[in-house]
Design a protein around this ligand. Sequence first.
Ligand code: NG6
Ligand code: CA
Length: 501
Amino acid sequence: MLRHLILLSSCILAFHLVPAQQKPNVIYIYADDLGYGDLSCYGATKIHTPNLDKLAASGIRFTNGHCTSGTCTPSRYALMTGQYPWRKRGTGILPGDAALIVPVDKITLPKVFKQAGYSTGIVGKWHLGLGDSVAKNWNGEIRPGPNDVGFDYSFIFPATADRVPTVFLENRKVLAADPDDPIAVDYTKKIGDDPTGAEHPELLKMKSSEGHNNTIVNGIGRIGYMSGGRRARWVDEELSSTFMFKALQFIEDHRKTPFFLYFALTEPHVPRMPATRFKGASGLGYRGDDILQLDWTIGQLMKYLELSGLKKNTIVIFTSDNGPVLDDGYQDGAVSMLNGHTPAGPMRGGKYSALEGGTRIPFIISWPTHIAPSISNALVSQIDLLASFAHLLGQKVPAGEAPDSEDHLQTFLGQADTEGRRILVEQGLADPTAIVEGNWKYIHPHPGPPLMHAVGIETGNASYPQLYNLKDDIGEKNNLATKYPEKVKELEALLERVTHK
Ligand code: NG6
Ligand code: CA
């Protein structure tokens, strides 16, 4: 907090030093598991998010904005590469010791900016793997990683807050690593002496509801085992402010050149363990408290941009990597304290789901000097940011690369009354089963379970075809497949064509 105030006051002093620049700065803020209905600007009434509401009111609030997938790794892969994740094996939810899955020799979103002369940075959750194998040395330099796919600067945690190793990495190296206490990670068997949640549930400050019973760090059972690195392990309550400080520092350091910052927040992903001052603040349990913490963070960031004179020429994009989930494996009160809140808004399904709740998420773009406040119902997807920013910055996408990224710059900037994408494939937990074309949505029959019991979410899987008219039926309640068999056939063929090209 103190340091933040120092940063804020230092940028007040530096206000007059900001050079005029043509190219806009771009900050891409990625929430983790935030649902369409989690923000008051998207209709939430049980929780109030004034800072995001303000951001939305200053720019375009998309009502039909999508990530590509119902989980994190594939959505992030698509964002980075402009390729639908299901085209490449190994893009499902990654363990914390996975190797890097983003190709180092192909165009990426940050490379588009780098080529255009930007300083590029990532702060926050990565979850796209590190190094070239599972067996990597966490005590030396780890490469390849974010710094090898387009980021000049990286301050990340490797996977998710519930997966070991629970450490930060800054530019390839674990922060506060100690050669006398080397870090080892294993996802197959217990290593080291740290107690596990399975053996010692009495040591947990938050119990698991499913899994999450391997190594205990800060009283929270994780997925995977780690030993060593005691000095380097983060404290969960400091995760969010640490990322915020590093993000502000990156901006401060690069304020004189155009910059691209990928700010990947950890809220409201499990384990939800907000800073102490947010605990209890929402009345909806830690999930709600996490959302308030996230909203506060955005408020600080925007205040910082304003005070530093950067706000006008900075494009801020705010969105989420997949739909919402309540009980995602910890007993944190998300279900018992829900109080009538509807995280997916009017949509059916949520995280892991091919229904709209899985991939239709908050999507806000603000650029004070170029975008007039509006609400857009155009179909837009994060996968198109790569090609769209390439257009904005006059960069070429090499032939055959970023194959699924389409240029929708005009739609993203509200420069024309365009409808955005014509076709979008939606992926739930695994297979790409759903396709949207205009107002129609088709979900192909799938043998998976219709309900993911552990999380209480409808997956969209059914043994029969589903056809919905999203214009009249955003909640996907009225299956029109038997009424319009020709439409089913047409969209089934289209899904087949798109996914097998
Ligand atoms: C699941 C985890 C869940 C979460 C998810 C990944 C269990 C029981 N569930 O396997 O807690 O970590 O993976 O979430 O372990 S994501 O947003 O990164 O895709
Ligand atoms: Ca996620």
